[in-house]
Design a protein around this ligand. Structure first.
Ligand code: FAD
Length: 398
């Protein structure tokens, strides 16, 4: 096997939303950037429900282009076991995730980044900052001043940099399994919280296009495919399966440390997903952008030390989606019994909470003291936290 040696200012591992956004920031500032992606085609295979809030694009000055939006979504509902629901009408997009990832990576290459696909990073010398990869029957070594690990939920870059212990991290990943079904008529994003079928997570039916839906489950239980079938039968979802996907999602908060000498970790690799709704596209884009901007500052200062790069962690910790209320809410929700979920459904009724006033919120809290809701009393102290988490999610994406 022939060998080649390349040198760059920044090497980004992974061409998902985190990696492409990081590369874009560095390349547009004039730095020499390489993106390394193990898949032959960026964005393929799709491992995603493809749902995105409209704010996720707005916050990054991106427009919903026809080339990557598969459906405009006008409603999101959280549905409880007894059929009650609450909805918000903020809107969002069902993406063609492969096209979206390709759009983001093109933005990075148009800005000057080099993209190597079918380029699998197999080793990292963290002392020398040299990546070893296989590429078209060649071994390539890439030396860079800054390495950005945006290599997804099972990040090797984070592990090789001593920031992640694989055994421990596995406990912080939840399994997700999804079917693409034809002949299913759904309006918007429906999320079902049913601890019986999906302990630790939830189920979703997302409008994908005309009569097509992404129907999925994220759960800590092992038999997710059987559980999703059970849900499909229970809800009488009658459609033809035209695709399947699966993957892991970080659901217990971010890595304790997301930087090391010459290294930054972004997106799922850093565990940046929203722990309540498990969405990670928005946070991957945001942490990716911040990692890219920090790399630029580090190149300008010619300082690649962990001390200098620690500012990245300070920046992303200020992101609304890193707010502690999200993790706390997820923990509270996972302790709900089926009965508590039912009561919660009764409490909110079939309601649209898009513009709920402070008085409206207070009314819900007070109602929780009615005798029939007494099983919810332990939750009352957490109500402000839960409401904060929902409002952050609404504004900043899931
Ligand atoms: C079934 C499922 C449904 C989901 N639904 C939603 C949803 O509806 N909405 C939402 O917001 N989020 C959803 N998510 C989560 C979302 O997909 C992720 O949070 C998002 O993709 C994270 O982006 P990223 O750039 O950090 O990582 P990724 O998109 O995972 O990109 C990482 C890239 O790194 C590459 N890579 C990995 N290792 C190497 C290596 N050694 N060498 C080279 N390349 C490498 C991978 O091939 C990949 O392309 C879902 C996840 C799953 C599994």
């Amino acid at each position: 096997m022939s060998e080649e040696f390349l040198e760059y200012d920044v090497a980004v591992v992974g061409a998902g939303p985190a990696g492409s956004n990081a590369a874009y920031e560095c390349a547009k500032s004039g730095y020499k950037v390489i993106i390394l992606e193990e898949d032959p085609v960026v964005g393929v295979p799709v491992q995603c429900g493809e749902g995105l809030s409209c704010f996720a694009l707005q916050h990054l000055d991106l427009k919903p282009e026809d080339e990557f939006v598969s459906a405009n979504i006008s409603r999101l509902r959280v549905i409880f076991t007894n059929g009650n629901w609450m909805s918000v009408h903020d809107g969002g997009y069902e993406l063609d995730r492969d096209k979206f990832d390709q759009f983001l990576v093109k933005r990075a290459t148009d800005a000057g980044s080099d993209l190597y696909t079918s380029a699998r990073v197999i080793e990292f010398n963290s002392e020398e900052k040299i990546l070893k990869l296989t590429y078209k029957k060649k071994i390539i070594f890439v030396k860079a001043k800054i390495i950005i690990g945006a290599d997804g939920p099972k990040s090797n870059i984070a592990a090789w940099s001593g920031l992640l212990q694989k055994e421990e991290w596995r406990e912080k990943l939840i399994r997700a399994y999804e079917l693409k079904m034809e002949g299913v008529d759904v309006n918007g994003f429906d999320m079902y919280f049913d601890v019986d079928i999906a302990p630790g997570g939830y189920l979703w039916v997302f409008q994908k296009g005309d009569n097509i839906a992404n129907v999925g489950i994220a759960t800590t239980a092992k038999d997710s495919a059987n559980r999703l079938d059970r849900f499909i039968q229970q809800k009488k979802i009658d459609g033809k399966v035209i695709g399947k996907t699966a993957g892991a999602i970080p659901y217990k908060g971010p890595l304790e440390k997301t930087y090391a000498d010459g290294v930054l970790i972004a997106g799922d690799a850093a565990g940046s997903t929203n722990p309540v709704f498990l969405g990670g596209i928005s946070t991957a884009m945001q942490t990716g952008s911040l990692a890219g901007k920090t790399a630029v500052e580090s190149l300008e200062a010619d300082d690649y030390s962990a001390g200098f790069l620690s500012r990245y962690q300070k920046k992303w910790m200020k992101l609304p989606l890193a707010d502690k209320s999200l993790l706390e809410t997820a923990k509270v929700m996972h302790q709900f019994t089926p009965e508590m979920w039912e009561k919660m459904g009764e409490l909110v009724g079939k309601s649209d909470v898009t513009n709920i006033t402070t008085l409206g919120k207070l009314r819900v809290v007070l109602k929780a003291f009615y005798p029939k809701y007494w099983s919810l009393i332990p939750v009352v102290p957490y109500m402000p936290t839960v409401m904060k988490a929902f409002s952050i999610t609404r504004k900043w994406g899931w």
